[in-house]
Design a protein around this ligand. Structure first.
Ligand code: NDP
Ligand code: MG
Length: 354
C-alpha cells in the first residue's frame, strides 16, 4: 500500500477527495500542486505539511510563499515544479489529478522514477497513451486507474488470464444533464445547465465533457490504452443511475460488473491501497433502495463527440491528441461564454477534418 503521496492538482475535485482519503488512511502527503488557487493551497499546506508545494505561475508561487513563510515547505512553479513533484524521492505514489494535457510530462517523469501512478488525468492517455503505456512497461511502473469506469474494469479483470479471454469492455455512461434532448433543444443551453450533472460533483471541465458526452469518447480511448484492446472491443451503454460503474464480458458469455454508490473516494482509495481494501466512509449500496437500474443505447447523432473520438482513434497518430486539444479549447470557450454548447462538437469535428 501507498506510504507517501504526491498529488498533482490537489486543489481540484479529485485532489481534495484524495486528501480526504489520505487523511483517513494516515498516508503521508509529500507534495501538493495547484494552478492558481493560492488560498486553498495555503490551507492544504498548513494541514498536511508537505515538503513541496507547486503553483502554475511564479506569481502564484510568490503569493503562496508569502502566506506560508512560517512553514518549512519548498515552493516551486510551472512545469519544472510539476515535474519535481512527480519525481520526488519521498513519494511512492503520484496521483495525477490535474485537468488537461498539462499532466502528460509529469506523468512520464513519475513513470521514469517507477512511482505508482494513480491516474485520474485521462487527457494524458488520450493524447499519448501509447507513449505512456510503453514507458510504464519499460520502467515497471504500475498505472492504476482512478476514473470510476476504468477502476471498475480493473477490478472486474482481476483473476482474468490474459486479454484473449475478454470479449468486450462495457463502459457505463450517465448520459449527463441533457440526456433525451435533441439538437434543436440544445441550441440555447447555458453553462449553468451544462454544469448540473445528475450524479457526480466534479471539476467544471469534466462536467461539461459529461454534458457533450466527449467524456465518454475520451474514456473509450483511455480504456483502449489501459487494457490494450481495439476499438471494436470497447462499448458504451447509458446507465442513468451511475450504480454499475462498468462491466467486462468474457468469451464464455459471463459478464462481470462492479457496483457501488457514486463516490470517487472509492476508486481513489483503491488506487492507493491496491491490492488491499480498507474501510471507507462511502455510503453502502442498498440495491433494494434503487429498485430499478436501466440501460440503453446512447444517442450518437445528437451527442456526436463519442463518434468523433472513435474516428480519431481509428485514424491514430496525432488525431486523438488533436481531438482532445480541440475539445479542451472549445470546452473552455463555452465555459467563458464565447461559444454555444453545440459549437463544442463542431470545433472538434472541424479540427479533425483539417
Ligand atoms: P478540477 O478542475 O476540479 O481540478 C483540477 C486541478 O488541476 C486543480 O488543482 C487545478 O488548480 C489544477 N490545474 C488546473 N490547470 C492547471 C495548470 N495549467 N497547471 C497546473 N495545475 C492546473 O478537475 P477534476 O478534479 O474534476 O479533474 C481532474 C482530472 O481527473 C481530469 O483529467 C478529469 O477528467 C479526471 N477525472 C475527474 C473526475 C471527478 O470526479 N472530478 C472523475 C474521473 C476523472 P486550481 O484549483 O488552482 O485551478
Ligand atoms: Mg469516468
Amino acid at each position: 500500500m501507498t506510504q507517501s503521496l504526491s498529488i498533482l492538482g490537489s486543489t481540484g475535485s479529485i485532489g481534495r477527495q484524495t486528501l480526504e482519503v489520505a487523511e483517513q488512511l494516515s498516508v503521508r502527503v509529500a507534495a501538493l500542486t495547484a494552478g492558481s488557487n493560492v488560498e486553498r493551497m495555503a490551507e492544504q499546506c498548513r494541514k498536511f505539511r508537505p515538503s513541496l508545494a507547486v503553483m502554475a505561475s511564479e506569481q502564484a508561487a510568490d503569493a503562496l510563499r508569502a502566506r506560508i513563510a512560517d512553514l518549512p515547505i519548498r515552493v516551486r512553479s510551472g512545469m519544472d515544479g510539476l515535474i519535481e513533484a512527480a519525481e520526488l524521492d519521498e513519494a511512492d505514489t503520484v496521483v495525477t489529478a490535474v485537468v488537461g494535457m498539462v499532466g502528460l510530462r509529469p506523468t512520464l517523469a513519475a513513470i521514469a522514477k517507477k512511482k505508482r501512478i494513480a491516474l485520474a488525468n485521462k487527457e494524458t492517455l488520450v493524447c499519448a497513451g501509447e507513449l505512456v503505456m510503453a514507458a510504464a512497461r519499460a520502467s515497471g511502473a504500475e498505472i492504476i486507474p482512478v476514473d470510476s469506469e476504468h477502476s471498475a474494469i480493473f477490478q472486474c479483470l482481476m483473476g482474468a488470464h490474459g486479454k484473449e479471454e475478454i470479449r468486450r469492455l462495457i463502459l457505463t455512461c450517465s448520459g449527463g444533464p441533457f440526456f433525451g434532448k435533441k439538437p434543436e433543444e440544445l441550441h440555447g443551453v447555458t453553462k449553468a445547465d451544462a454544469l448540473r450533472h445528475p450524479n457526480w460533483r466534479m471539476g467544471a471541465k469534466i462536467t461539461v465533457d459529461c454534458a457533450t458526452l466527449m467524456n465518454k469518447g475520451l474514456e473509450v480511448i483511455e480504456a483502449m490504452r489501459l487494457y490494450d484492446l481495439p476499438l471494436s472491443q470497447v462499448d458504451v451503454v447509458i446507465h442513468r443511475q451511475s450504480i454499475v460503474h462498468s462491466l467486462v464480458e468474457f468469451r464464455d458469455g459471463a459478464v462481470l460488473a462492479q457496483l457501488g454508490v457514486p463516490d470517487m473516494r472509492v476508486p481513489i482509495q483503491y488506487a492507493l491501497t491496491y491490492p488491499e481494501r480498507y474501510e471507507s466512509p462511502a455510503k453502502q449500496l442498498r440495491l433494494e433502495d434503487w429498485k430499478t437500474l436501466t440501460f440503453e443505447q446512447p444517442d450518437y447523432d445528437t451527442f456526436s463527440c463519442i463518434n468523433l473520438c472513435r474516428q480519431a482513434i481509428t485514424k491514430g497518430g496525432i488525431y486523438p491528441a488533436s481531438a482532445n486539444g480541440a475539445n479542451e479549447a472549445a470546452n473552455k470557450l463555452f465555459r467563458d461564454g464565447k461559444i454555444k454548447f453545440l459549437d463544442i462538437a463542431d470545433a472538434v469535428a472541424g479540427v479533425l477534418d483539417s
